[in-house]
Design a protein around this ligand. Structure first.
Ligand code: MSP
Length: 508
């Protein structure tokens, strides 16, 4: 079976309503998946992490059983992703039988291999992060990751021999210096490895919302959750399918969960005789006043409201353009409006409007013949390859910068060649050539920005008169300047991104 490109997001704790930070990783994965699909079969997995104490507590607080609670909330997450035009291939829930039965199998295999043993765990536990902490790691007696209170636990548990994988992890990090990105996170993980690893408790006995272990207790929610990446694609069930996707090309995670994905996860995979993923990219946070946006800090922003006020595609654009992927960036409505108005309404929207209006005015809405070859063919011949390469390397902002060079060049062409003057002077061929380049440029822009703004670029594609669905075959449609057929009718101009006033954005 042909190998496919496999991209994953973390699976989200379903302990409350989703916020924009949750939409963020999934949108990024969608941009990546949409781009990968233009040249290779692709599989994009997302889903929900439904077991564990955190979810059980949230359900109890709402007076519901955890199953009722998660069943009620899952549609909300699916709605969130649909609102943001996310096209995942599969949505896994850790409460599904397809997942649970394989988690049990993993546990049995680890036991058979001697990678799991029985012991007593005594130490601290952060329910918010579902993380065990040694006393020495606490900061002022609190969780070093989220700063919350921790609870003391003392349980008979099962342990995974994580410490036995330390040397192999170090070797892997040394021989694959780019497998964890960005470099800052790679270095942090290396520092943890150098310090040494303790074995990991992989069961809990004080509550029962999880995958049961024969003889009592449930599987630690992080082991359960990490396994989603392989249970969803047929591990231990359909080897051909599994190896079509595994090892994953790109696993996207927030930086706070890098340790689980780059130290614990590869060790578990190796214990199962499977390979580590190709790349784990740990991205930064959307922050408010310098703090991570999060439900429990009560600074979370409703993603449904944002899509309604600013537009789902404009939000997607904002999230990928605002900061280099990997860095934190602060949330601000003013910045969203500013991006939308200056980049989308002014630079791009006006280019489209002006072009369509001139075509109506001077050429009855018909795309004219192409002129003699010019610098566009040379300058932008490589653009498709450049943008694809940058997206696949998760340099989204730079990919957008490259597309904006073309947007700027086309706007400049209008300003310099002044089509209205060419028309006045009856310079028919010159006018045709300028108008053709504008239409061809817009066609390229629609294709290249389609992974970022799928809905609006689909509309732009229609407006410039291109037939059918937006062309997803980048290599064929972008190879040379001039792929657009003359003689097609464009549509009358309708604004793609009407300008917004911050205060006039519709109320919730
Ligand atoms: N359930 C675990 C992950 C298990 S994966 C095997 C978990 N869930 S979570 O719901 O707390 O959040 C997961 C992800 O949401 C983060 O890793 C990150 O990708 C994203 N974000 C949550 N808040 C965020 C911000 N404020 N900013 C950016 N991303 C954020 O951890």
């Amino acid at each position: 079976m042909e190998r496919a490109y496999y991209v994953t997001t973390p699976i989200y704790y379903i302990s409350g309503q989703p916020h924009i930070g949750h939409a963020y990783t999934t949108i990024v994965a969608d941009v990546l998946a949409r781009t990968a699909r233009t040249f290779t079969p692709t599989f994009f997995l997302t889903g929900t992490d439904e077991h564990g104490q955190k979810v059980a507590n949230a359900a109890a607080a709402a007076g519901k059983s955890p199953q009722e609670w998660t069943d009620e909330l899952v549609p909300r997450w699916k709605e969130l992703f649909a609102t943001y035009h996310v096209e995942y291939d599969d949505f896994i829930r850790t409460t599904q039988p397809r997942h649970i039965e394989k988690v049990r199998r993993v546990f049995d295999r680890l036991r058979e291999r001697g990678d799991v043993y029985r012991g007593k765990y005594e130490g601290w536990y952060c329910v918010h992060d579902e993380t065990f902490w040694l006393e020495s790691k606490l900061v002022d007696g609190r969780c070093p990751t989220c700063g919350r209170d921790v609870q003391w636990i003392s349980e008979e548990d099962w342990f995974f021999r994580l410490s036995a994988y330390r040397d192999r992890l170090l070797e892997h990090f040394e021989s694959h210096p780019h497998w964890v990105q960005p470099p800052k996170v790679y270095n942090e993980m290396m520092a943890i490895l150098r310090e040494g690893l303790d074995d990991l408790s992989i069961s809990r006995t004080s509550f029962d919302w999880g995958v049961p272990i024969p003889g009592g207790g449930v599987i630690y929610v992080w082991l359960d959750a990490l396994l989603n990446y392989i249970t969803a694609i047929g591990w231990s069930e359909d080897e051909a399918r599994f190896h079509r996707y595994w090892p994953a090309n790109t696993q996207l995670v927030g930086k706070e969960i890098a340790r689980f994905h780059t130290i614990i996860w590869p060790a578990i995979l190796w214990a199962l005789d499977e390979a580590a993923p190709g790349l784990v990219f740990a991205h930064g946070w959307i922050t408010v006043d310098g703090q991570k946006m999060s439900k429990s800090l009560d600074n979370a922003v409703d993603p449904f409201l944002l899509a309604q006020r600013f537009g789902a595609d404009a939000m997607r654009y904002f999230l990928l353009r605002e900061a280099p992927f990997g860095s934190d960036f602060s949330y601000s409505e003013a910045k969203i409006v500013q991006r939308r108005n200056s980049d989308l309404a002014n630079d791009l929207g006006n280019l489209l409007q002006r072009t369509l209006a001139m075509l109506q005015r001077y050429r009855e809405g018909i795309v004219p013949e192409r002129g003699p070859s010019n610098d566009f063919a040379r300058r932008f011949g490589e653009l498709g390859a450049t943008v694809r390469e940058r997206i696949l390397n998760l340099r989204f902002r730079e990919a957008l910068d490259a597309v904006w060079e073309l947007v700027t060049a086309l706007n400049r062409r209008i300003d310099e060649r002044k089509p209205w003057e060419l028309h006045k002077r009856d310079q028919t061929e010159e006018l045709d050539a300028v108008l053709y380049d504008l239409c061809e440029g817009l066609r390229w822009i629609a294709i290249l920005l389609h992974p970022f703004m799928p809905e609006r670029m689909g509309e732009m594609w229609q407006q410039i008169g291109s037939p059918g669905r937006i062309d997803d075959d980048w290599s064929a449609s972008l190879r040379t300047w001039g792929g657009l057929a003359p003689g097609i009718y464009v549509k009358p101009a309708a604004p793609l991104f009407p300008k917004l006033e911050l205060d006039l954005a519709p109320p919730p």
